[in-house]
Structure formats: structure tokens, C-alpha cells
Design a protein around this ligand. Structure first.
Ligand code: GTP
Ligand code: MG
Length: 263
């Protein structure tokens, strides 16, 4: 069995509340209001994941699904410089895809699962998980449909994080329980999420400004670890563990720099 790896966020304080970083074979969710650093964290971790384990990385490739069109290769280069990686190499190690709608988002996942069989990928970023679903199913009567499609996506995602038994048959990827392990993906899934203003939620999510993650119970159950991000004093940002099987509900302060997330 492959060992779980932890990928650093770029901030030592943030890492410490996560017991070292975001875990492979697991789905993590960061949610929070605009400009709290979800996309910057996604960029930072896309570089850090490529670093050797001693430096907080996972020595692997990265897949990046962008649903909001906010991925910036120039930022990857800047962050790579901070960590002493060649900027071009850092970009080449990131397989980028822009999801145009929720169907496409699922298609991308299917394509990626074939790429993951090679075993080189260690991080899958989805920034953000709900955007396409919210656009495609915006009517009130469409909520049940949305949640069903979302669930389908998240189940696939869980398989990809944990690894599946795959058999590659004449160009088709089939999961077959009785065949040899061709891949145990050992991937860290990091998804970002938007928040919804909900005054009633403030009591449940202390410090969350009455904002709660979108996606309902389906998403809540899919994420193993949930982290709330919010603005602090001045340039400071605050990360708070909200729901985790192995981390206490602690807070950490981080900042966003030219080199990405830092202390
Ligand atoms: P939404 O997607 O709008 O919900 O926000 P987000 O949570 O993804 O925020 P994002 O990660 O885009 O963070 C935006 C913040 O990062 C802003 O405060 C920017 O000033 C800061 N930022 C973005 N790029 C840079 C940069 O190159 N250098 C520095 N120092 N800060 C940056
Ligand atoms: Mg963003």
C-alpha cells in the first residue's frame, strides 16, 4: 500500500493546523468569500506538489480543473521562482483544463482518470467545485437534479483520490474488482468552494460571518477535511479547520505574496 503524503500550503502556520499539509488519498475543501485566497492557494499547491517530499511536496504532477477562468500561468512562474523550480518545468508539470459546464467538468474527470493510471499525479485541483453546477442548475426546481449530478461527480472524485482497480481494455478504462492493481492513485484532491450568505448559519460557523459553503449535504459528505478561509487584519488571511477526522478546529494566519501563500 502506498503511503499517504501531505502537501504543504506554502505557509508553515497553515500546514501546522493540518498536521503537515493537505493529504493524499483524500478530498479537501477550502471555502470562503471572494479574495480570501482560494485561487492563490490552488496555484501555490500546484507548484509545491512538484517539490520533493523533504520540501513539503509530493514529487508529482498536477491536474488543474479551472471552472472560473482564473488560472494564471504567470503566477505559476512567480511561485516556482520562490521554490527554486524552473518556471517552464513547473508549468509543464501542470495539466490544465478549463471546464465549460458541469457535463464538461465530469468529462474532464473521466479523461484525467486515464492519465492518473500512469501514477505520476499527486494533486488534483478543482477551482471551484460548484461554479458550473450553480450556473447550469440555477432554477429552484433544479436543485435535486443538480445534487444528483454533483454526487456522480464527487463519487468519481473519491475513487480517483483513493485509487481504483483499473483494467485498460482496447482503449476503454474499466474498473474490474478481480484484476491486478494497475494503479493506486494516491492523489490529494483540493477543491475550492464558494459561500452563500446565510445569516442563520452564523451560530453554526462561528467567525464565518454568516457565510456557509454551497453544495449542501452532498458536498459536505464528500469532503474529508473542510477549511474556512477568511480575511483578517490588513493583508492577513485566516484559515480555520471546520471539519476534519484528524485535525482540531484550530486557526492559522497566512498571507498572499508574489511567491504564493506564505507566513
Ligand atoms: P474568488 O475566486 O473571487 O472567490 O477569490 P479567491 O478566494 O480565489 O481569492 P484569490 O485567491 O484570487 O486571492 C485574491 C487575493 O490575492 C487578492 O487580495 C490579491 O491582491 C492577491 N494576489 C493575487 N495575485 C497576487 C500577486 O501576484 N501578488 C500578491 N502579493 N498578491 C496577489
Ligand atoms: Mg478564485
Amino acid at each position: 500500500r502506498k503511503k499517504v503524503v501531505r502537501i504543504s500550503t506554502g505557509s508553515k502556520q497553515f500546514d501546522s493546523i493540518l498536521n503537515g499539509g493537505f493529504q493524499s488519498m483524500s478530498i479537501s475543501e477550502v471555502f470562503g468569500e471572494f479574495r480570501c485566497g482560494k485561487t492563490q492557494l490552488s496555484h501555490t499547491m500546484s507548484v509545491v506538489a512538484q517539490l520533493p517530499k523533504e520540501l513539503g511536496g509530493a514529487a508529482g504532477r498536477v491536474a488543474y480543473i479551472d471552472t472560473e477562468g482564473t488560472f494564471r500561468p504567470e503566477r505559476i512562474s512567480q511561485i516556482a521562482e520562490r521554490f527554486g523550480i524552473d518556471p517552464d518545468t513547473a508549468q509543464e508539470n501542470i495539466s490544465y483544463a478549463r471546464a465549460l459546464n458541469s457535463e464538461h467538468q465530469l468529462e474532464l474527470l473521466n479523461t484525467l482518470s486515464q492519465a492518473f493510471v500512469g501514477g505520476e499525479y499527486r494533486l488534483l485541483v478543482i477551482d471551484s467545485i460548484m461554479n458550473c453546477f450553480r450556473v447550469d442548475y440555477c432554477g429552484r426546481g433544479e436543485l435535486a437534479d443538480r445534487q444528483q449530478k454533483l454526487n456522480q461527480f464527487l463519487m468519481k472524485l473519491a475513487h480517483m483520490a483513493e485509487g481504483e482497480k483499473y483494467y485498460y481494455l482496447r482503449g476503454f478504462l474499466v474498473a474490474l474488482a478481480d484484476l491486478v492493481w494497475l494503479a493506486e492513485f494516491n492523489v490529494c484532491v483540493l477543491m475550492t468552494n464558494q459561500v452563500q450568505s446565510d445569516p442563520g448559519a452564523s451560530a453554526l460557523f462561528a467567525g464565518a460571518d454568516g457565510r456557509k459553503p454551497v453544495g449542501g449535504h452532498v458536498l459536505a459528505h464528500a469532503s474529508t477535511t473542510r477549511v474556512l478561509l477568511r480575511k483578517g487584519r490588513g493583508d492577513e488571511r485566516v484559515a480555520k479547520i471546520q471539519d476534519s477526522p484528524d485535525c482540531a478546529e484550530r486557526e492559522a494566519i497566512y498571507v498572499i505574496t508574489n511567491g504564493g501563500i506564505n507566513d
